[in-house]
Design a protein around this ligand. Structure first.
Ligand SMILES: [Fe+2]
Ligand SMILES: [Fe+2]
Length: 222
């Protein structure tokens, strides 16, 4: 069983892409729900905004990890892969993510709330539409090729390096780590957890940070 649970480059990318895919879908459905029915109490409001903050931070961190260490690592090994166009599209997505964060900040102003929620809805709709077309070439052009190119031990080292780089930029960690863990089904979550320090999984997420992230629970998987 322990072998099956070990991560490799392909598994780590499937997981982070699945986290973002679900995060984008749930965020869009949630903003549409809020526009129709309003917030489900103060806790619902806090959870909604925390979930979106976590999503934008995790996406930004993922793009940075790819641009700064993943693509440079694979560039020589896969000279035909479209790294430049993938990086270009990261920049496009970062602009949209910045717009979302700006709109979220303006939502504290009651008079602007509905307009800003509509802006968030439009931005999320666009990201949801574009995202599959961004991760498909990543999957085809380097993720699915990694196993043939990189020895198992080296893959484990890289997976840890990528995870560390993600965590440097995915702030605040008390939101982004629970967001990543609980946007994955349990089996995948177990594998994903192995890339994190035991203290984070056993103490910080379930105890120390709990009050800060538990408002997101209605949007997360059990
Ligand atoms: Fe990417
Ligand atoms: Fe990616």
């Amino acid at each position: 069983m322990s072998n099956q649970q070990e991560s490799n480059i392909a598994i780590s990318f499937y997981n982070i892409h699945n986290i973002i895919t679900r995060g984008l879908r749930v965020s869009l459905e949630s903003v549409q729900g809020v526009l129709q029915r309003g917030f489900q109490g103060e806790e619902g409001r806090e959870g909604f905004f925390n979930f979106i903050r976590a999503l934008t931070s995790v996406m930004n961190a993922h793009h940075l990890t790819e641009d700064e260490i993943v693509f440079p690592y694979f560039r020589d090994k896969l000279p035909e892969a479209p790294f430049d166009s993938l990086t270009y599209y990261h920049h496009v997505m970062v602009l949209i993510l910045d717009e979302i964060n700006l709109a979220v900040n303006k939502c504290s102003n009651k008079d602007q709330l509905e307009t800003e929620l509509r802006n968030i809805e439009n931005d999320l709709a666009r990201l949801n539409e574009d995202w599959p077309f961004h991760i498909q070439p990543e999957t085809d052009e380097f993720i699915n090729k990694a196993d043939a190119l990189v020895p198992v031990e080296e893959q484990l080292r890289l997976v840890r390096l990528f995870a560390e780089h993600d965590l440097k930029n995915a702030i605040p960690l008390y939101l982004t780590i629970p967001f990543m863990l609980y946007n994955l089904p349990q089996d995948d979550r177990m594998v994903f957890s192995q890339g994190m320090p035991a203290e984070v999984i056993q103490n910080l997420v379930p105890v120390v940070w709990k009050e800060k992230w538990e408002s997101m629970k209605p949007f997360l998987l059990a």
